[in-house]
Design a protein around this ligand. Structure first.
Ligand code: ZN
Length: 356
């Protein structure tokens, strides 16, 4: 389903009963076996105890969140408007699910003793996989929460896969499933995946690769197996299918026609969940850019140029600007898309200066 899974080339999956009986590709097979055993034990324990939200669903939190996110929907904050809506009263933004059970700045230490992510992280820390980067997060909302409702969260360990070689270093992907409840009713859930990895060499090297991954710039030439892949979801699959086919696809609302990028499930203009796409002309101009000189990016010769490209179709995309000296790059530079094939499963869009 996801690009991260596509990148899991070696190693077994723990949980669901599939436990690898050997550690492949690891320098310490015993450590791998111990990690798998711990994962199997934690997964078998099932859901953690319900951890209640500190406060019931409430207007002040919603008001601050909606303001910060720029969500002006009055059904969240205006009781008169909400009373006349399909909800018949105030509701909370569904995307706030996790907000209610955030632990705060100074969480109690005893709240973690059966949290599967906490337990699994401790096992991996112990084995030397001390660095962490989040790779995937998918939330599902089963219904709207009403103001005053008391939420609790429970988490379980879905899978632990590894050891994997990634651009960041060797590590293990840990996937948890959190479910939010009101009483016994599940109201929202979240799949969350992170990579716990052993920092290769210095701490600085780890920081460098994280920065590169954050910009989407890490494409170690000739080292396809070491690319940390972008996460492809149901919402973004069309985009990656497009790059593989040599097309730059832009999501378009099937209802109002508004284009948007990056892709998402719903139209920010009209709220419709009917995404379609257009194929872009492939042209654009540099809207903004950075020249990355430091820190080092494994497999790359620095500097590299990362551009925010404005497309004539009305959206902007981030990508590497190839084969151009940093001195030449300027806002307004005309560019054309170029597709960098990493392997059968991944082709990245990049940009080159347009010949005039
Ligand atoms: Zn729309």
């Amino acid at each position: 389903m996801t690009a991260v899974e596509a990148g899991t080339l070696a190693g077994g999956t723990v949980a669901g009963g599939t436990v690898g009986n050997e550690a492949r590709g690891s320098a310490a097979p015993d450590a791998g076996a111990a990690i798998r055993a711990a994962a199997a034990r934690i997964a078998a324990a099932g859901q953690s105890r319900p951890r209640p939200a500190r406060d019931p669903v409430n207007l002040p939190m919603i008001r601050n969140w909606a303001e910060a996110l720029g969500d002006a929907n009055p059904v969240y904050t205006d009781s008169e408007f909400a009373a006349g809506s399909v909800h018949g009263g105030l509701v909370a933004p569904p995307a706030m699910a996790q907000v209610w059970t955030m632990r705060g700045l100074h969480p109690a230490a005893d709240g973690d003793d059966d949290d599967p992510l906490h337990l699994m992280s401790a096992v991996l820390d112990e084995a030397g996989f001390t660095s962490v980067v989040a790779t995937n997060c998918e939330q599902e909302y089963h219904r709207y929460l009403r103001h005053g409702e008391q939420v609790a969260v429970r988490s379980s360990l879905e899978s632990v896969t590894g050891p994997k070689r990634t651009a960041l270093g060797e590590g293990w992907f840990v996937t948890t499933l959190s479910t939010w409840y009101v009483g016994s009713e599940a109201v929202a859930s979240m799949m969350f995946r992170l990579l716990k990895y052993r920092p290769p060499g210095s701490a600085e090297a780890a920081v460098a690769t994280e920065a590169a991954v954050a910009t989407g710039a890490a494409v170690p030439a000739g080292a396809a197996g070491e690319v940390l892949r972008p996460a492809a979801s149901l919402d973004t699959k069309f985009f990656w299918d497009g790059t593989a086919a040599g097309e730059l696809r832009i999501q378009r609302c099937g209802n109002c026609g508004a284009r948007r990028h990056p892709p998402g499930p719903m139209c920010p203009e009209c709220g419709a969940a009917r995404p379609e796409y257009d194929v872009a002309a492939g042209t654009g101009e540099v809207y903004s850019y950075v020249v990355h000189h430091h820190p080092a990016v494994p497999g790359r010769q620095l500097p590299i140029v990362i551009a925010l490209v404005a497309l004539p179709e009305g959206v902007r995309m981030v990508g590497e600007l190839l084969d151009v000296s940093p001195e030449r790059v300027a806002v307004g530079l005309p560019v054309r898309v170029s597709f960098v094939r990493v392997d059968d499963e991944l082709t990245l869009p990049a940009w080159r200066e347009e010949e005039r």
